[in-house]
Design a protein around this ligand. Structure first.
Ligand SMILES: Nc1nc2c(ncn2[C@@H]2O[C@H](COP(=O)(O)OP(=O)(O)O)[C@@H](O)[C@H]2O)c(=O)[nH]1
Ligand SMILES: [Mg+2]
Length: 375
């Protein structure tokens, strides 16, 4: 979801605002601060979802064209998710026993979105709705740790009736749950008083990662997003690879890169909602970490995962700011974002202080503040 819109945030006074105001009084009222925040992580960890929530927190408008695009994508996601289950039926050698279900499966498999088709036909939607109730399809769904699937699969199927309505307009939740694969680099500009945040989102799949290097310069905060549910899931690009283990390797490669030596790193352990359900009802963590001994206690499991990521860092003195979140809920993103802002202001305040202790700088106020923010 690329965008370059920006809008002034109208929020009540917060701890952040207090510290921001104090900072700006010191920096001079003309101060203009720009902070680049980079989001990294494997594909489907939730990077673009975090950006969508930030856009909503900053009340960036979603125009009709965007809504229309969400509506099309949600229809495409719904069909894709059922096609994935039907393909898994083949690879797992599960037969659909009900002849009616077989017929429905044949038409869903054969359906393809033509260029100008903007929604799934009602008959395909009804076939999907019925198939989702089929016991054999449910058996395949139960075995989802053995194949790649989209996390929002049940959301699409549970809401299909609404999607099929003639005047369907995606709700905010629908937009959050729509999956659009990010390719390339997309930036979102957020403005809060004199502070300008440029949030950079990237494609996370393996073939996208070579582009990441182009956005490493001048990053003021790094978000590393992890799909917690990935402990019992395989990757889209490589179904033989566990998603959590891939995320751990990637985290080690990125966060120990000397270019981020002085960049605050925020580890967002995302999809906590799915993680809780999976841990309590499906595989425990030994599926991914055989040496884990904490059973099904959610907090113990979360802390264990956090420790695995911390252990990847070679610089043990640098803080790692970790949050357990479900990015599908705005309040979780807001909470993490408030910490980012506080840390950014704190970091830059230190620079400001040392620079004022070192004597007067003759540069104009505005440039001086910008230079300090950029240093
Ligand atoms: N259940 C659940 N799904 C989420 C959460 N965060 C993201 N998702 C879903 O995960 C999928 C991938 O998210 P996306 O932001 O596109 O991942 P990205 O590839 O890292 O940008 C989307 O369908 C999201 O709706 C979450 O906290 N809980
Ligand atoms: Mg994305």
């Amino acid at each position: 979801m690329g965008c370059t819109n920006s809008k002034q945030l109208e929020t009540p006074a917060t701890k952040h605002n207090d510290s921001l105001n104090q900072y700006l009084r010191q920096a001079g009222k003309d101060a203009q601060l720009e902070f680049r925040v980079l989001l990294l992580g494997a594909g489907e960890s939730g990077k673009s979802t975090v950006v969508k929530q930030l856009r909503s927190i900053y009340r960036l408008p979603v125009d009709d064209a965007e809504l229309q695009s969400y509506a099309i994508n949600i229809h495409k996601n719904t069909v894709l998710c059922m096609q994935v289950l039907l393909e898994a039926a083949d690879t797992l050698h599960v037969e659909l026993t009900d002849p009616e279900a077989k017929k429905r499966a044949t038409s869903v498999r054969a359906f393809q979105f033509e260029q100008d088709v903007k929604q799934m036909p009602v008959n395909i939607g009804l076939d999907i709705e019925e198939l989702w109730k089929d016991p054999d399809i449910q058996k395949i769904w139960e075995r989802r740790s053995e194949y790649w699937f989209l996390d929002a699969t049940p959301y699409y199927f549970d809401n299909i009736e609404r999607f099929l309505e003639d005047d369907f307009r995606p709700t905010e939740e629908d937009c959050i749950m729509t999956r659009v694969r990010t390719t390339g680099i997309s930036t979102t500009d957020l403005e809060e008083g004199p502070v300008h945040y440029r949030v950079i989102d990237v494609g996370g799949q393996r073939n996208e990662r070579k582009k990441w290097i182009h956005c490493f310069d001048d990053v003021k905060a790094l978000f590393f997003v992890v799909n917690l549910a990935g402990y019992d899931q395989v990757m889209f690009e490589d179904p033989s690879q566990n998603r959590m283990l891939e995320a751990l390797t990637l985290f080690g490669q990125i966060c120990n890169n000397p270019i981020f030596a002085n960049t605050p790193i925020f580890l967002l352990l995302n999809k906590k909602d799915l993680f809780e359900t999976m841990l309590l009802n499906k595989a425990d963590l030994t599926k991914c970490f055989p040496e884990y001994k904490g059973g099904r206690n959610v907090q113990v499991a979360l802390d264990y995962i956090k420790a695995q990521f911390e252990a990847k860092l070679t610089n043990t003195t640098k803080p790692l700011y970790t949050h357990y979140i479900a990015a599908r809920y705005k309040k979780d993103v807001k909470f993490a974002w408030d910490e980012v802002k506080n840390v950014l202001i704190e970091e830059n305040r230190k620079v400001l202080k040392s620079s004022s202790n070192n004597g007067a700088d003759s540069r104009p106020k505005k440039k001086k503040a910008a230079a300090m923010a950029a240093s």
